[in-house]
Design a protein around this ligand. Structure first.
Ligand SMILES: NC(=O)c1ccc[n+]([C@@H]2O[C@H](COP(=O)([O-])OP(=O)(O)OC[C@H]3O[C@@H](n4cnc5c(N)ncnc54)[C@H](O)[C@@H]3O)[C@@H](O)[C@H]2O)c1
Length: 266
């Protein structure tokens, strides 16, 4: 499939490890110029990343691609603005913004959560995507040739799950942010979509992967009988960034091995 991503400029938040890193490497492999923003530059050693001893930028360059790292805490407006500005100054334009940075809080009933859990989940997951979208849209409108925003949401943004209300309501907000942006900016040729994975193997889910009881129960509940992998999410992100998906807009795409189709699998 010709993705048409060659020469496109792509900003990815949280791109040092996990989904963001996988997406960055795949898009750079398609010829895109990638700017990675993250609070850390190295891969999280608890993750499941390819060549974790290399930073994302080192891995991309080793593969012959073009990439830059810009330190960025997505909860801070000036750092997000700087990330987007870096892409435009160094590569001359912005084509795709991937709001991927996110954190998880769970394992408690609603009344057991601290307000600090709510604050941090909203700051990173909601404010981070909001700021990323705002800064990207300003550039897209100035450039006048449309744009593309991809939000890393979750099946947690589409339904309730026990003992993760704080995470779920932040992901629900991201899902509605995706819808609102799609409605407001479609006329400008700015496409906006959300990727909604179930649990996939990254540092974020390490504790679940290592829990043998959870692992067995989870795999059994998935019609495809396996965990999601970083490459599954990267493939979908490449498709959504490409013109091959040019009429997909405002979609919240479940990527979950069929999990959300049924309560029990066979
Ligand atoms: N792994 C899953 O099962 C799963 C499922 C559904 C949705 N998601 C979502 O996918 C996205 C990526 O998750 P992941 O599993 O790759 O997580 P991860 O923990 O492996 O990677 C997250 C990355 O985001 C960065 N980050 C965290 N806070 C940041 C901040 N304030 N500013 C900038 N960067 C920050 C981290 O340093 C890290 O590099 C998140 O939005 C997550 O909610 C993950």
């Amino acid at each position: 499939m010709d993705t048409g991503l060659s020469g496109k400029v792509i900003v990815i938040t949280g791109g040092s490890t996990g989904f963001g890193r996988g997406i960055a490497v795949r898009m750079a492999g398609e010829g895109a110029k990638v700017v990675v923003g993250d609070v850390r530059e190295t891969a999280n050693p608890d993750g499941f990343d390819e060549r974790p001893e290399l930073t994302t930028v080192q891995l991309i360059r080793q593969n012959g691609g073009e990439a830059l790292f810009a330190p960025c805490d997505v909860t801070k407006r000036h750092e997000v603005a700087n990330l987007v500005r870096t892409a435009v100054e160094r590569f001359g334009r912005l084509d795709v913004m991937v709001n991927n940075a996110g954190i998880y809080r769970g394992g408690k009933l609603l009344h057991e959560f601290e307000e600090a859990d709510l604050d941090v989940c909203f700051d990173v997951n909601v404010r981070g995507s909001f700021l990323g979208a705002q800064e990207a849209i300003k550039v897209f409108l100035r450039q006048g040739r449309g744009g593309n925003i991809i939000n890393l949401v979750s099946t947690a943004g589409l339904q309730g799950h026990p003992k993760q209300s704080v995470y779920n309501i932040s992901k629900g907000a991201q899902a509605n942010l995706t819808r609102c942006l799609a409605i407001e900016y479609g006329r400008e040729g700015i496409r906006v979509n959300g990727i909604c994975p179930t649990y996939a193997k990254t540092a974020l889910t390490r504790a679940f992967v290592d829990d043998k009881t959870f692992d067995a129960m989870f795999v059994e509940s998935i019609p495809l009988k396996r965990w999601g992998e970083i490459s599954d999410i990267a493939d979908l992100a490449v498709f959504l960034a490409s013109e091959r998906s040019s009429y997909i807009h405002g979609a919240l795409i479940r990527i979950d091995g069929g999990e959300t189709l049924c309560r029990y699998s066979v």
